[in-house]
Each structure stands twice: as structure tokens, then as C-alpha cells.
Ligand binder design. Sequence first.
Ligand SMILES: Nc1ccn([C@@H]2O[C@H](COP(=O)(O)OP(=O)(O)OP(=O)(O)O)[C@@H](O)[C@H]2O)c(=O)n1
Ligand SMILES: C[C@](O)(CO)[C@H](O)COP(=O)(O)O
Length: 231
Amino acid sequence: MTAHPSVRGDVAVLVPAAGMGVRLGPGAPKALRLLRGEPLLVHAVRRVAAAPSVGCIVVAAPADAVDDVAAMLRPLSSPDVRLLVVAGGASRQASVALALAAVPEEFGIILVHDAARALTPPELVETVAAAVRGGHGAVIPVLAVVDTIKQVDNSGIVVGTVDRSVLRAVQTPQGFSRTVLTSAHAAAVDDHTDDAGLAEKIGVPVHTVPGAEAAMKITRPFDLAVAELLF
Ligand SMILES: Nc1ccn([C@@H]2O[C@H](COP(=O)(O)OP(=O)(O)OP(=O)(O)O)[C@@H](O)[C@H]2O)c(=O)n1
Ligand SMILES: C[C@](O)(CO)[C@H](O)COP(=O)(O)O
């Protein structure tokens, strides 16, 4: 991955971690489930904190686990990286909004990540931060789509084949100037699966950078097994 010059500590990263992990199956909230003996959230925050640009991390934890999560993450904080934990909300978007409200005023660049992308390399955090620092108001990491994509109707019959050359699979962290992210959330009228979708809604151009295979989202049991192997 390309190395970028970075400015130590000018970036805040929001880590929504309040989801239940329904698709992963029964158990603790997904961010607290273990990968090689440590919670997914610990893996994710450790990698974010290792990115030189990051000066603050705000985690949105399950509401009944805020104190436990703060204690769990305390060893990852340092004089260079402030760590805050707030209670998350009923949707990812609500959790991001609650974390955003807690970001100290001095941070003008804000990235939004997923605890579920536990193995995201610090270099990807740097790449996204550098693109925002370079003047893009909204930045997302993307990968090419490798499968053929079909559109189907309600009975499962194929309606057509989509041109995959114009499609991208979107990852996190997604990066924003503070103004764009706060305006996008303030204008939100319905739920979106990512923050760039909110920026699109207010007419902000969204810049893409190359994603990373290791930034895969752990969603289903198969993904957790893959992450164990990748580790
Ligand atoms: N109310 C919610 C829902 C999701 N998230 C977070 O948003 C990220 C991406 O969501 P996803 O992978 O879909 O997690 P879950 O919502 O936990 O998964 P599921 O839909 O299978 O329950 C995760 O880190 C998750 O913890 C959150 O902070 N608050
Ligand atoms: C934000 C995200 O990870 C980008 O791919 C994704 O949209 C989250 O979606 P989910 O349905 O909440 O897993």
C-alpha cells in the first residue's frame, strides 16, 4: 500500500460497535466476540490507533457495556491517542451520530469505521485520512466486484445482468471533513447503510481510494473463520 506523509494526531475516528451481530448467530454483541482470544473491537481499535494520523478514537458501545468497553480499551489509549466510549444507538447511523457528537472540537478530519472490520490495516486509515487532508470532503475505500451480478424479480427470475465494471464494493474507514460529516448527519431523513450515502444525499462528491482485502467485514460465521485464517 502507498505510504503517505501524515500529520500526527489530526484525525478522529468513530468506531460504531453497538450492533448485535444477528447474522453472525447467537452470542454476545458482535464487537465483543473473540477472534484469536481477543474481542473484534480490540483488534479494530488497536489497528486504528497504530495509524500515525489518529489522535482520537470514539467508540459507540452497546448501551449496557459502556463501562466494560472503556476498561477493555484503556490499555490501547496513550498520550497520542485519546479514547472515548459512548453508548450506541438502535442503528449504525444512530451510533455514528452519537459518537460524532462526542468528538472534541479540534478535529477537522473524521473517519467512520466498523468494529466489524477488525483486521483493517493502519495503512488504509492513513490512505483515507491523506485523501481528506488533500482536499476531498468525502472519501471511501473500494474494491472491484469480482462476481457476475444479476438483477432478479420477486420470484427469483433474472431480469438482467448488471455491468459490473461500474460497480464497487465499499469498505470502511470512510473519511470526511468535519463539516461534511456533520452536515450530512444533520440532513439525514432516513437510514443509510454507510455515511458516504448521507454525503451523497447532500450533493457532496465522494472520492474513492483502493480498499484492502484485509478490511473485510466480519458479518457471517464464514467471515469469522476467514479472519481467523488471515490473522
Ligand atoms: N445499532 C448499531 C448497529 C451496528 N453498529 C455497528 O456498525 C458496524 C457495521 O454493522 P454490522 O456489521 O451490520 O453489525 P451488526 O449490526 O452487529 O450486524 P447484524 O446486522 O448482523 O446484526 C458494526 O461494527 C456494528 O457494531 C452499531 O454501532 N450500532
Ligand atoms: C458501512 C459498511 O461497512 C460499508 O460497506 C456497510 O454499509 C455496513 O452495512 P451493514 O448492513 O450495517 O453491515
